[in-house]
Design a binder for this molecule. Structure first.
Ligand code: ADP
Ligand code: MG
Length: 573
């Protein structure tokens, strides 16, 4: 359905046309007519599906000439998002002179905002904390508010804005339209809608396979401590014209940005602890292309809409499945293809990523790092392609060639020197990796196995499922990675891939089985009278074994997600 099939004013249609929008996205098609009618709406759709216009267009449409009171309030989780929504709203209002849209966020001058509000804003966009500040100081009056919009409501709750939001709601007349948009619909959101909305219409679009089908997803592995080199290698090999790199901490953002800059990359960093002026500057330099790599934390980058990001790099493994989806959603927007790369170092991260892939139903291909030779080959081809293209007259260049000829350097030699210089500049700094690493699942099975010894056995009435469950739980590996389990009276041996034995021992000490603290050691020698032998890999129905009645993969998933939750509590943005 096209925008001009809606009952919209001439001014808005013209503005929408200027923006190059003709057809509505699904969320727009479903929500705009309802919002124009004044209904309460809860809308869920993926990032990049045009939610800003979905609420922004009806908001702009609802303001009539001469409106001097704040009639529409839009709450956004971050300053960047508020600024972005403000920017979009102003575009929709390009031909509606009566719209006065103000943006209000923390970290900026209070006086300036007060001044702007006094000038008769009728649409206010802001972050909950600062909006609440203005309400308390009576510099923002909501007595005439007709419409409240919560954008990225899930993220606002995640960021602890619930109290502010509820307090703000207390200041708004009951006779109002309440609209809520979110990328996810956790129970807390539903509780909020129940409490504050009147007879809302739920528009829940399925997480579109279409958008992620446009994103090719890969992961690469390298040794611990080589992630920065890995990133440099990938940036050099793939040369994305614009990319976003995600880190889990502010410090990592700073360190990585510095490292990349040192190596000549045009990188800028963005995180929550930067001053507002710095952040604005960073976003501007990225948007205009002065910087082509934006290194950011999840929260700082949340929802930022920069078109034309053609690659996303997960430098750190996202600490949440949702974050993975949001991160890769920065690319492959508006029908364009994009690529997402995840950098993995160490088993633990690999298992975490596989868990994310499973839970988000993502197809993440594990491929070897590009090697130096193929990168150089590609650069050579590029030089040939570039030089074979016709260029404008180059009289000055020929003059230089003549001067060189006078010095005994003929054109061929001059060209070779230039090409050499260019190639060297582009390839001298390529990080070296031992050998391309493949990450075939279960590759270690073909390599040797060793046995580990666990000091618990039949006398404690254990069965193989307890052993396997505990190992899966401790290592994050899958049940199929372990081999034969032999249970003796007072101990148990388990066959494990030799390459993983160190990791397994490290991760499983300490470990508890059936409430007993056990030790896991590498086993020497193997002369033993076996009591019971199990090879669980040959009996698929054992996969649903009685480890607390959960199956192995669930045990493994729970473990990883709990661990991630714990990490999340430590993390600071
Ligand atoms: P969301 O809030 O759902 O993540 P945005 O509102 O940020 O998505 O929109 C994503 C991009 O899509 C923006 O660049 C926006 O200008 C563009 N867009 C929105 N609606 C349309 C449309 N109907 N046609 C074309 N592009 C659109
Ligand atoms: Mg949005």
């Amino acid at each position: 359905m096209n925008f001009n099939e809606l009952d919209l004013s001439e001014e808005i249609l013209r503005a929408v046309e200027d923006l190059g929008f003709t057809e509505m996205t699904e969320i727009q098609e479903k929500s705009i007519p309802l919002l124009l009618e004044g209904r309460d709406v809860v809308g869920r759709s993926d990032t990049g599906t045009g939610k800003t216009a979905a609420f922004g267009i009806p908001a702009v449409e609802s303001i009539s000439p001469g409106e001097k009171n704040v009639t529409v309030l839009i709450l956004c989780p971050t300053r960047e998002l508020a600024m972005q929504a403000h920017g979009e709203i102003k575009k929709f209002a390009a031909y509606k002179r009566c719209i006065k849209a103000s943006v209000i966020y923390g970290g900026a001058s209070m006086e300036k905002q007060i001044h702007e509000l006094k000038r008769g804003a009728n649409i206010v966009i802001g972050t909950p904390g600062r909006i609440m500040d203005h309400i308390r100081r009576h510099t923002l009056k909501l007595d005439f508010l007709r419409c409240l919009i919560l954008d990225e409501a899930d993220e606002m709750l995640n960021m602890g804005f619930r109290e502010d939001i509820e307090a703000i709601l207390e200041f708004i007349p009951d006779e109002r339209q309440t609209v809520l948009f979110s990328a996810t619909m956790p129970p807390e959101i539903l509780a909020l809608t129940k409490k504050y909305q009147h007879d809302p219409v739920y528009i829940k679009l399925k997480a579109a396979e279409k958008s992620s089908a446009l994103i090719d997803q890969y992961c690469f592995q390298a040794a611990m401590g080589r992630k920065t080199d890995m990133l440099r290698l990938l940036l050099t090999a793939y040369e994305p014209s614009s990319s976003m790199v995600f880190c889990n901490t502010r410090k990592m953002v700073d360190d990585l940005t510095g490292d990349l800059q040192k190596h000549g990359f045009k990188a800028v960093g963005l995180h929550g602890e930067m001053k507002q002026s710095q952040r604005t500057q960073v976003m501007e330099s990225f948007k205009c292309g002065a910087a082509d790599i934006l290194v950011a934390t999840d929260v700082a980058a949340r929802g930022i809409d920069v078109t034309g990001v053609d690659a996303v790099f997960n430098y750190d493994i996202p600490q949440d499945n949702e974050y993975y989806i949001h991160r890769i959603g920065r690319t492959g927007r508006a029908g364009r293809r994009g690529t997402a790369y995840t950098l993995v170092s160490g088993r633990r991260q690999l298992y975490e990523l596989r868990d994310i892939a499973r839970r988000t139903n993502s197809d993440i291909k594990e491929i070897p790092l590009p090697d130096r030779e193929s990168i150089i080959k590609k650069k050579k081809e590029l030089i040939i392609k570039e030089l074979s293209e016709e260029i404008i007259p180059m009289n000055e260049a020929y003059e230089i060639l003549e001067s060189l000829a006078a010095l005994g350097i003929d054109s061929r030699e001059a060209a070779a020197r230039l090409i050499h210089k260019r190639l060297a500049a582009e390839t001298a700094d390529i990080p070296e990796f031992e050998k391309p690493q493949t990450l075939k699942k279960g590759r270690h099975r073909s390599s040797g196995t060793v046995k580990v010894d666990i000091n618990i056995g039949r006398s404690r009435r254990i069965s193989p499922n307890y052993i396997l469950g505990a190992l899966v739980d401790a290592t994050g590996m899958s049940g199929g990675d372990f081999g034969k389990i032999d249970i003796f009276d007072d101990h148990t041996t388990v066959e494990v891939p030799e390459s993983e034995s160190g990791y397994i021992i490290e991760r499983s000490n300490p470990m508890k089985i059936k409430g007993h603290q056990v030790e896991v050691r590498l086993r020497n020698g193997s002369s033993e009278r076996k009591r019971q032998t199990y090879d669980h890999r040959r009996t698929p129905d054992r996969r649903k074994m009685a480890y607390g009645s959960r199956d192995k993969s669930e045990v493994c998933r729970n473990y990883i997600s709990n661990r991630r939750k714990r990490n999340k509590n430590d993390k600071k943005y």
